[in-house]
Design a protein around this ligand. Structure first.
Ligand code: FAD
Ligand code: MLT
Ligand code: ZN
Length: 494
């Protein structure tokens, strides 16, 4: 849903004024606003616009509190004054969840960025919600540990944002979901109360596990000011290999072989199609990084990462897999990283897909999960639908409204990303894609949001993945935590 289709502004909320700003300035140690001239509209743009440049809020106040106490006082004031608030982390979300829809106050967590504690025996890290994911991982690397989540936006996204979206990412297959690794949370509730649920316990069956409600709640029932998370030891030996393949069937076979040969050291299995690879190559060429990776290119590619504690043992396993794949002609070509630079550059072939698609045009992004065998069929159906609608020319090669339809994702998690790259966001294109995409996901009993969340983009479509009773219970939960509906309105559950 772009601009014109967003829900209208609710009259329940007070319009922020200079008077509100003055009161908030007395609470929050850092504010930016067009109301008092401390910022221009241009300067607020990076807070109002989303990563895709698809959603554009009109917030006039940005607050950047430095402590949980400040967040609590801000929320108390906003609650008493019926002011709507959007919590914002690194603003890398892909469903229009982190920006105002209208004039909501932006509560940006980037100044809440301290590591609070780390226990080297248990591996439990306690840190503020605004710590950048990469910074948390660098801190852990020095201690021989790893953050149990990795994703392409790691240089900007916050760990509080990751928990709020229940981000999946590149190594979920190995480290599991945040629902398992997060041990506790500190949350400011919509009325300003601070909930201290910052447990460090692995086991705790005393009543409802409240923290689970906040994981993946996209800032609609509370603001995550700190997390406690269980971090595994960092594998001392890591390898990565990327293969070109001729078909999606071949990718599935290689996935099964990789699981069989690599067992517990398999840490990621990602796939991307030739359209995704073409976008990355073009992006790299434009940035002077052009180089030939494969002698034989294919219609599909897969990336396999291993991580273990014994390099000889891991290499023997990986070599065994490579020989098996080559001997049985299951892959067209393959490259194994020889050093850490090549490790990064092979990973970038996959990690750069979103950024490369973004550079190529306006991207309609879909993030779905369906059984692995059916995943790529959805991309083919989408292409056929766009071709029938007359907007996909020459399979994405010509200068039509749709420049490319790229399919890639986290194979090991049954999570497919479809990126439809258009000249610009238009009603014409959107009407062809939606709700068709959600219908074909529902036909396969899949999820319309595997890991990115609902935000404002998918809120109206939740019924394609959840039944009426589920949605009703979710609405009751929202009502319980936020009876005035002030926190991140117009999104998630509407
Ligand atoms: P934001 O974008 O700022 O916010 C996201 C949502 O969480 C919003 O609804 C916001 O209101 C809320 N929120 C943020 N912080 C808080 C808080 N402290 N308390 C309460 N609510 C909060 N996602 C994946 O799952 N897997 C991936 O592999 C992946 N890769 C990505 C790669 C790129 C290049 C990009 C741009 C995005 C990617 N994402 C991925 C999307 C993903 O959702 C985010 O990158 C990340 O989890 C969001 O964190 P953030 O701090 O940027 O949150
Ligand atoms: C990814 O897997 O690269 C992310 O979820 C981001 C995206 O698909 O745009
Ligand atoms: Zn993803």
């Amino acid at each position: 849903r772009h601009g014109s289709h967003l829900p209208p502004r609710s009259t329940q909320f007070t319009k922020p004024t200079q008077q509100h700003l003055d009161a908030l300035k007395a609470i929050s140690s850092s504010t930016l606003s067009t109301l008092d001239g401390s910022a221009t509209e241009e300067e607020l743009r990076s807070f109002n616009d989303d990563w895709m440049n698809k959603y554009h809020g009109k917030g006039s106040i940005v607050l950047k509190p430095k402590s949980t106490k400040e967040v609590g006082e801000i929320m108390k004031y906003c609650y008493e004054n019926d002011l709507a608030v959007v919590p914002q982390g690194g603003n890398t979300g892909l469903v229009g969840g982190s920006n105002p829809v209208h004039d909501e106050i932006i509560l940006n967590l980037s100044n809440l960025n301290q590591i609070r504690s780390f226990d080297e025996v248990s591996g439990v890290l306690v840190a503020d919600g605004g710590v950048i994911l990469e910074a948390a991982d660098h801190f852990l690397a020095e201690k021989g540990f790893i953050f149990p989540l990795d994703l392409g936006a790691k240089g900007s996204c916050h760990i509080g944002g990751n928990v709020s979206t229940n981000a999946g990412g590149l190594r979920l297959l190995r480290y599991g979901s945040l629902h398992g690794s997060v041990l506790g949370l500190e949350v400011v509730l919509p009325d300003g109360r601070i909930w201290n649920g910052l447990s460090k316990l692995r086991k705790d069956n005393t009543g409802f596990d409240l923290k689970q409600l906040f994981i993946g709640s996209e800032g609609t029932i509370g603001i995550i000011t700190a997390i406690s998370i269980l971090c595994p030891r960092r594998p001392s030996a890591m390898n990565v290999a990327v293969f070109s393949l001729e078909s999606y069937e071949a990718v599935q076979k290689v996935y099964a072989e990789a699981k069989g040969h690599l067992g517990e050291i398999l840490s990621a299995f990602e796939f991307f199609d030739k359209q995704s690879y073409a976008l990355v190559k073009k992006h790299q060429e434009e940035n002077g990084g052009e180089r030939k990776v494969f002698e034989t290119e294919g219609d599909f590619y897969c990336l396999i990462e291993t991580g273990g504690s014994n390099s000889e043992h891991d290499e023997a396993k990986l070599t065994g897999l490579l020989e098996h794949l080559m001997e049985n002609e299951m892959v067209l070509d393959g490259v194994l990283a020889q050093d850490s630079t090549q490790f990064q550059s092979l990973w970038s072939l996959r990690e750069l897909v979103p950024e490369s698609a973004g550079k190529a045009g306006s991207v309609y992004k879909y993030d779905v999960s369906v059984p692995v065998g059916k995943m790529y069929g959805l991309v083919e159906k989408m292409r056929a639908k766009l071709r029938d609608g007359g907007v996909l020319e020459g399979d994405g090669k010509a200068e039509g409204p749709i420049r490319a339809v790229a399919g890639y994702g986290h194979m090991g998690d049954g999570n497919l990303h479809i990126n439809i790259v258009a000249n610009k966001y238009t009603d014409e294109v959107e009407k062809i894609i939606e709700p068709y995409i959600y219908e074909i996901v529902a036909e396969n009993e899949g999820s319309i949001s595997a890991e990115h969340g609902l935000g404002v983009m998918k809120a109206p479509y939740i019924g394609y993945s959840k039944n009426e009773t589920s949605v009703e219970l979710m609405k009751q939960i929202k009502q319980l935590f936020d009876p005035k509906g002030l926190l991140n309105p117009y999104k998630y559950i509407v």
